[in-house]
Design a protein around this ligand. Sequence first.
Ligand SMILES: C[S@@+](CC[C@H](N)C(=O)[O-])C[C@H]1O[C@@H](n2cnc3c(N)ncnc32)[C@H](O)[C@@H]1O
Length: 339
Amino acid sequence: MVIFELGPTKQLNSVIIDFFRKKRVEDINWKEEVRTLEGQNLLLSYTVASKMITKHRFDFSYQKKFLELLTIHLETVKANRTLIYHALGGLCKREKEPEQYHDVFYPVFEIGNIDILTEVNMIILKESTKLISHGTTGLNTWQASQALADWAIQTTSVKNKTILELGSGVGLTGLVISSSTPCNKYIFTDRNKEVLSLLKYNVKHNCDETLVDENNPEGGVMLFSGLVKRCKVEVRKLDWPRLRQGIFNEIESIDLIFTADVIYDEFINLPFLNAIRMFLDNGTKAAIIAYARRNSETMRALRETLVWMELKYKDLETVQPKYLGWEASPTVDLIQVTK
Ligand SMILES: C[S@@+](CC[C@H](N)C(=O)[O-])C[C@H]1O[C@@H](n2cnc3c(N)ncnc32)[C@H](O)[C@@H]1O
């Protein structure tokens, strides 16, 4: 787990965090300190010129826009811009051909608390530069996965629990939960080969210790296990329609199922809810399904299938961004499914 040490001044810390969270550059509050050359130097050394950024593939177009809008701001307040122009020139030289993947940063901390913090947990994920690639949507972080992670930190429901996630994608939810809550164990699962390979990479590179690293993804369902702080994490292959009773002999009992943004097509509902039912039949207490309200038909079909399968469900209170900087619109719904 990367611990990111914040800059030396409170004013600049908020700009630095906005940068890492890729806040809309037009909405950044540039603070007075950036007007001085000393402030600009500090800001650059914690953002575009920092080791953290130069050693990763952080979105170049965002970095450029950040510096471009900073120069416009400095022009408006009649401050010196030479340092920023110089950094912009250096950035253009470093810009490489767009690649299939880039690095996305997720600082985890209580928003509004930045003034009293000196460091934050920083999750760094390799993600696709496109929303759909290799025929899957699983190579990016989706909004509901951030909402689910935020909800898990805000409630105490994950304390000492073993959680299994269905359709983990690149792994954000579980990495936030394992690093920032007192959960006992987190099992990431997915079925797609490319997704599993990126998921394993991301989990491994955010882990503090590797316990098992299985090189052959076809060799078995368990691909990786390690420790994030004190939480044991595992990456497993799990395809919902292929879920068999045998898996319950292999894995320890699961307290909770988590799943985010996997409901986008009503044909998925049946194999997905059948998998949840198998877990509930084998001792799991509840499944928490998070989804962004995009398609009302798909959501209606999900609820109808739940009723038809005689599974109980209840809507949980709407979660707002508190520890992660995600977009609250469209609303993310969380439903709890039990037997
Ligand atoms: C839109 S992505 C969401 C990923 C992640 N939960 C997030 O919110 O960022 C949907 C994920 O569900 C996975 N998925 C779809 N059908 C699946 C199945 N039958 N078994 C397991 N995973 C599946 C996909 O591979 C993909 O990673």
